[in-house]
Design a protein around this ligand. Structure first.
Ligand SMILES: [Zn+2]
Ligand SMILES: [Zn+2]
Length: 424
């Protein structure tokens, strides 16, 4: 039997499909409900809302629920329609265990394990059984955690924090062991994204960069992606199109082609004089005296890593295959070696026109949601629909369905809801 060849979905410039502007406060997290024209949002105004698209084309807050405190994060599982919530603070508890003191920063529901992983301002990383609400384990992190991912197959948790490092923990049912830490950022880790197929971890940072940690390759390769001018706020991997989508606080959205092979940037070399013209650098008093020359400032070529003076590295170039989508300093000989073909961008750049606080990507429909500091949620289409359009439910079906919140569990600062879809 001939294998069915699936055409690769074509990508295009994200097209704005809809704006949701009725929120009274900033939406901290929002997710697209797959196969429905719906969005779930949690906001600073303490509400959880489900927005469904009406015939008018506008999203309408079909139901909402008010929480005792504002919701800082959530995790939605489309299969079970389970919504796990992290709270700003408060003492809602039905059991005596308090997993966090203060704001819950990230919450992650893992269906396969029936686990809820969470981190808080108190620097505790905990995991709970989502069925019983029992706390299974706890780990003290070195700094406030802002990114959390989990690999179901190997039970590794990736924990990114404000010190700029990513800690890798192996979780057991009631304990965990420290595997290693990834250090590469010079600013806070702000977002993490795990691709379980390629076994690649992406980390975004306040230092404007993204690092791709290739775990599956087994060679310790870490590739930097430089395409943002501001703090990276979100990272999502689009498996159908093999793209990484990143966004930053200045509203920039970058869509990276991950089908290309990129190289690691070289280590910067140490030298007391320019490795091209041999003029001394300013701390090299002996050579300055001997050769009666003025010391120069040291720079580094981003392509070869050599220590060079300003005169020998006056030119700039993009080096997309090293992750540099913006022009960077290169030495004269490297500048000559870079061809126009080498300069072809491997990413596309888009403006969301609001300061992004949160981003979510829904892979089956190719929809990208951004929530902004302007209190607006925007939904964009990132690829041309092929067969997906046929799978979509007509709107009339949606109108005959009702949604309700069934609060199934509360423990410590996390609240679980099962969002039921009742056929009308
Ligand atoms: Zn020089
Ligand atoms: Zn060079």
């Amino acid at each position: 039997m001939a294998a069915e060849i699936q055409p690769k979905p074509q990508t295009r410039t994200p097209v704005l499909l809809n704006k949701i502007e009725a929120s009274q406060d900033v939406v901290n997290t929002a997710v697209i409900i797959p196969k429905e024209d719906g969005v779930i949002s949690v906001s600073e105004d303490r509400t959880i809302r489900i927005w469904l698209k009406r015939d008018s084309g506008q999203y309408w807050p079909s139901i909402y629920h008010t929480m005792p405190d504002s919701c800082s994060c959530m995790s939605f599982n489309p299969e079970t329609r389970r919504l796990s919530m992290g709270m700003e603070n408060g003492t809602i508890s039905v059991s005596d265990c308090f997993s966090h003191q203060g704001r819950v920063t990230v919450v992650l529901f893992v269906l396969e394990m029936e686990w809820v992983l969470s981190t808080g301002q108190d620097k505790n990383f905990t995991w709970h059984c989502s069925e019983s609400g029992t706390q299974l384990g706890l780990y003290r992190t070195t700094a406030w955690v802002s990114g959390l991912q989990f690999d179901v197959e190997t039970r590794h948790a990736f924990v990114g924090d404000y010190s700029g490092q990513v800690t890798i923990l192996k979780l057991e049912l009631d304990s965990c062991s420290l595997v290693t830490t990834f250090k590469g950022h010079t600013g806070n880790v702000t977002a993490l994204c795990w691709d379980p197929v390629q076994r690649v971890l992406f980390s975004g940072s306040a230092d404007h960069s993204i690092i791709m940690w290739d775990i599956g390759g087994g060679k310790g390769t870490a590739i930097e992606l430089q395409g943002h001018n501001e703090k990276v706020q979100g990272l999502c991997y689009a498996p159908h199109t093999r793209q990484l989508i990143s966004c930053s606080s200045d509203g920039g959205i970058v869509i990276w082609n991950m089908d290309v092979t990129r190289q690691e940037t070289p280590e910067w070399l140490d030298s007391d004089s320019c490795q091209k013209c041999e003029q001394p650098f300013f701390w090299n008093f002996k050579q300055m005296w001997d050769s009666k020359k003025i010391g120069l400032r040291q720079h580094h070529c981003r392509k070869c890593g050599q220590a060079v003076c300003g005169k020998c590295s006056a030119k700039r170039s993009t080096i997309p295959l090293m992750g540099f989508e913006f022009e960077v300093r290169v030495c004269d000989s490297c500048h000559e070696s870079i061809t126009d073909e080498d300069r072809a961008p491997t990413a596309t750049f888009h403006d969301s026109k609001h300061s992004i606080v949160y981003m979510h990507y829904e892979p089956t429909m190719g929809w990208l949601l951004t929530s902004g500091a302007d209190k607006v949620v925007k939904v964009r289409q990132t690829r041309c629909l092929l067969r997906q359009r046929l799978d979509r439910q007509p709107n009339s079906d949606l109108l005959s369905t009702n949604w309700s919140f069934d609060q199934s569990q509360i423990f410590s600062h996390q609240i679980f809801f099962r969002v039921e879809l009742i056929e009308g």
